[in-house]
Design a protein around this ligand. Structure first.
Ligand code: ATP
Ligand code: MG
Length: 560
């Protein structure tokens, strides 16, 4: 182990367990239920489980926790595997399912009956609920609680053989109907469900309950530290109870940490699934979704997501983290590596009246202002150009250093131009600017060292590539949409804006999965599903932060 202080309480425990010799190897698992796609909260759990094992030379299982047939599907299994890999983790040969252990789990249930600590109850679900009591009142024993071991074994065998319908009987642990912890009031261990299973097919008609299956699966795999979220804290006594009764060879320890919640997003699979099913978003991988698949398609690099959960940290305190914190990680990751390009999102035409018709010059543009070793590309410059509508103002305030009537601005890697005339349509909207360029001011080679305050980006009309650009905003208008009684009421109606933009020619070569910075606008990538060579579809990954934009502007002014 390194000499560094462990960075959170779980790593501290693991550190201590290795020091004391309690364990010689750390074994963890990430146990998603395949009933939906993984989301940003899961990223935290994945990074923690795979992280602590990798840091100590241990092993991690990817275990599909599939004890709930009917809600689970192979589509979700495939998505989970793809997403964990993409995040940068490898389970090697340790892909398992809770359902792989159905045989052993069944035998362990039989063992509980033989030990006299489990019984078959024949009350209806409704009656069981009534017997359970409340937080303030103890429950009452079921009239079937004292069945003999023989009778329980026989009934459980017949449950297994398919002699009964769903809900007719249930196997329960015999613990304490008066326990202040509701989870200990004779919880269900096995129930009858006549439905096929996503992995086990129709081999079984009885299925183990989560609390029973989870701890034992941990034990079978030799998990040393079973890391889960705080809502399982009250289940820990039950987790330990099963292990106490059955005394498996390996004894895992459950440790809870707080869930990661992202502001303006939901991380409930049930609600995410509703967004998909109701067509509010375009699938689980819609770039507005807080799913791993959505964020991948949006263009978030996996390193940024790992960094985000690292910064969030592992604690016992509930956290609602700003979307801005995630976006900062995305920018930090892309800033040094994404090449710069020019694109005009809301085009306004500029005609350079003194530039020869038909002439095309080739401008050399740097791919990265701070990393000259990332090279240059060529940008054609001609008489008609697109600039950003925002970069022109007819009635501009004094401090507006972009284009205004009679004013001058530098075109990045090009010339200084002056706005001579504003052309409007019948509705009074500005549709074109007539400008003149100063031929002595060509970037880098200009004979004049004339300076102007503003520099703007541009694209040559004749050479531009048309593209559909998707601008994303948060899906919800409330920081904590989970708190809303109905999440539909806090949906952001403007979470997606689709515009048609003009790109510089080099963006014709933009590779799938490659992120670039559109200068002054943000980071962008081609959409992994809808983009095609003949019709580019581009996602905005994230805007530039203000301070970043300022730095970029300074760099641009220095270079001209
Ligand atoms: P849901 O309740 O929406 O179905 P879940 O938590 O039950 O989600 P699982 O597939 O059971 O989803 O989760 C797998 C693992 O990921 C569990 O160990 C769980 O504790 C962890 N996990 C789930 N959500 C979060 C979160 N928001 N933050 C941290 N860990 C999480
Ligand atoms: Mg769960």
């Amino acid at each position: 182990m390194s000499e560094q202080e462990p960075r959170d309480f779980i790593r501290q425990i693991i550190h201590d367990d290795l020091e004391s010799g309690k364990h010689s190897e750390i074994v963890t698992r990430f146990p998603p239920e395949p009933n939906g796609y993984l989301h940003i909260g899961h990223v935290m759990s994945i990074c923690l489980n795979f992280g602590v094992a990798a840091e100590t030379g241990g092993r991690t299982f990817l275990r599909l926790d599939d004890t709930n047939p009917g809600k689970e599907s192979p589509e979700y299994v495939d998505a989970i595997k793809r997403d964990v890999h993409w995040l940068g983790f490898d389970w090697e040969d340790r892909l398992t399912h809770a359902s792989d252990y159905f045989g052993q789990l069944h035998d362990s249930a039989v063992r509980l009956i033989e030990l006299g600590v489990a019984y078959v109850d024949s009350l209806s679900a409704e009656e069981i609920r009534e017997h359970r009591g409340t937080l303030t009142e103890p429950g009452t024993n079921s009239p079937f609680r004292d069945r003999s071991v023989e009778e329980n074994l026989d009934l459980f065998r017949r449950m297994h053989a398919g002699e009964f319908g769903d809900g007719e009987h249930v196997l329960r642990a015999k613990i304490d109907m008066a326990s202040p912890n509701m989870n200990m009031r004779d919880p269900a261990v096995y129930r009858i469900r006549h439905i096929p299973h996503q992995n086990a097919g129709d081999e079984w008609c009885i299925y183990p309950m989560y609390d029973f299956a989870h701890g034992l699966s941990d034990a079978y795999e030799g998990i040393t530290h079973s890391l889960c979220t705080l809502e399982f804290e009250d289940h820990r006594p039950l987790y330990d109870w099963f292990l106490d009764q059955l005394q498996p060879e390996h004894r895992p320890r459950q440790i809870e940490f707080s869930r990661l919640n992202l502001a303006y997003a939901i991380t409930s699979k049930r609600k995410l699934s509703a967004l998909v099913e109701e067509g509010i978003v375009n699938g689980w991988d819609d770039p507005r979704m807080p799913t791993i698949a959505g964020m991948r398609r949006r263009g978030y690099p996996p390193a940024a997501m790992r960094e985000f959960v690292k910064r969030a940290g592992v604690t016992k305190k509930d956290k609602l983290i700003e979307m801005g914190a995630l976006e900062t990680c995305v920018r930090d990751t892309l800033g040094d590596v994404a090449e710069r390009r020019m694109a005009v999102l809301r085009p306004l035409k500029v005609v350079l009246t003194n530039y020869p018709e038909g002439q095309v010059e080739t401008m050399e543009a740097m791919n990265h202002p701070a990393n000259p070793e990332m090279g240059t590309r060529e940008m054609p410059f001609s008489r008609e150009l697109w600039i950003e509508q925002d970069d022109f103002m007819e009635e501009a305030p004094r401090k507006f250093f972009r284009l205004k009537p009679g004013g001058e601005v530098r075109l990045r890697f090009g010339y200084i131009i002056k706005c001579d005339e504003v052309i409007k349509n019948d509705a009074g909207e500005v549709v074109e600017l007539r400008c003149s360029y100063d031929p002595d001011t060509r970037s880098g080679t200009g004979s004049s060292d004339r300076k102007v305050k503003g520099t703007i980006h541009w694209v040559s009309c004749e050479h531009a590539i048309d593209a559909t650009v998707r601008l994303y905003d948060r899906l919800f208008t409330e920081a904590n949409p989970n708190a809303a009684s109905d999440f539909h009421s806090v949906l952001n109606p403007n979470s997606l804006e689709t515009i048609s933009a003009r790109l510089e020619p080099a963006l014709g070569e933009l590779a799938a999965g490659q992120a670039v910075q559109f200068e002054r606008l943000g980071y962008f990538c081609a959409d992994e599903k809808d983009d095609a060579d003949e019709a580019r579809v581009i996602n905005r990954i994230v805007t530039l932060r203000d301070s970043w934009a300022k730095l970029e502007k300074q760099a641009m002014q220095k270079q001209g």
